[in-house]
Design a protein around this ligand. Structure first.
Ligand SMILES: Cc1cc2nc3c(=O)[nH]c(=O)nc-3n(C[C@H](O)[C@H](O)[C@H](O)COP(=O)(O)O)c2cc1C
Length: 301
């Protein structure tokens, strides 16, 4: 059996799969639905400094084989989250990471401090939510770096910067985040998208434009992984976008990823992680690969 354990910067994961933020609720919410021991880590939905109510409905909708969402990071704020969710995390058989959201670098840093103070082992910085009014930090290397620096100054735990496939220059944003102290980058969040009901002439999402995810975005995110790994081979990458099979995981590793996030597949198949791991084991056996981590960046070109 191939060794599926991987390293993502300073963090060791027992399997390469990471449950993507926002697709398994607070993680605790999802423990009755899936067995988290198939995952190396699970990321809870993003949380801000103060409670956010999110967008009005409709907030999710189908878009071909993909999915649109415009939830607007509805969450109770970091203090309530820590009080309500953290005591339950001992029931989750994998490591749970927090995901920090915010409108200012200080807000991100405050959320990260809340997570770290509560003992969470790692934190994602959601620089790339496509549903917020105002700017998306991940589009600008300097704004992204400001947020990462503020978080880095506040916490010692490993941090991952979650970036956007809509960035004009993903390599510059990734480099700025690494220089500012990110231990890895998450490539990527959803892509901007929209849909319209031709009968009502109303948009699929109340916010009109939201995040497009699932199988169709795999080539978009994979392109980001390839570009960043080529330019910055020492920067660890958590690949994410459209992963739905063991083959997809291997593709992301070949492109340069060291771990694989799975998101939208949970909505169609909540227990997908077990199937994906079984497919991965069988494919690695057929390919004669004894250690998944050896495939990172092994694409021939
Ligand atoms: C309904 C929904 C909610 C999401 N919420 C968050 C979130 O709170 N924070 C975040 O960083 N990403 C969020 N994402 C993005 C996912 O974590 C993931 O990066 C993206 O969907 C691409 O992966 P996928 O194609 O496997 O879903 C959300 C995605 C969906 C579909």
């Amino acid at each position: 059996m191939a060794d599926l354990s991987v390293g993502l910067g300073p963090t060791v994961l027992s399997t390469p799969l990471v449950a993507a933020a926002g697709t398994v609720g607070s993680v605790v919410d999802f423990t009755e639905v899936t067995d988290f021991s198939w995952y190396g880590a699970a990321v809870a939905k993003s949380v801000s400094g103060e409670p956010w109510t999110g967008r009005p409905p409709p907030r999710v909708g189908p878009a071909g084989v993909g999915m649109l969402n415009g939830i607007g990071i509805q969450n109770p704020g970091i203090d309530v989250w820590v009080e309500k969710v953290v005591p339950e995390l001992t029931t989750v058989p994998t490591q749970v990471w927090g995901s920090a959201g915010g409108n200012t670098p200080d807000e991100f840093a405050g959320v990260a401090a809340g997570y770290a103070g509560a003992g969470l082992p790692a934190i994602e910085i959601n620089l790339s939510c496509p549903n917020l009014d105002g700017h998306m930090f991940a589009l600008s290397p300097s704004l992204a770096a400001e947020v990462v620096s503020a978080v880095r100054a506040e916490v010692d735990v490993p941090i991952g910067a979650k970036l956007s496939p809509n960035s004009e220059d993903i390599v510059s944003v990734a480099a700025a985040c690494a220089d500012a102290g990110a231990d890895w980058v998450v490539l990527t969040n959803t892509a901007w998208g929209a849909g319209i009901d031709i009968h009502t002439r109303r948009p699929t999402l109340s916010g009109v434009i939201g995040g497009y995810s699932g199988i169709p975005i795999k080539p978009l995110a994979l392109r980001c992984v390839i570009e960043v790994h080529r330019a910055l081979p020492d920067l660890p990458i958590l690949g994410c976008g459209g992963i739905a099979s063991g083959e997809d995981v291997i593709e992301y590793f070949l492109a340069g990823a060291s771990a694989a996030g799975i998101g939208t597949i949970h909505f169609a198949e909540p227990r997908a992680a077990k199937r994906i791991i079984k497919e991965l084991e069988s494919l690695l056996r057929r390919l004669g690969v004894t250690r998944l981590a050896d495939l990172t960046g092994a694409m021939e070109s």
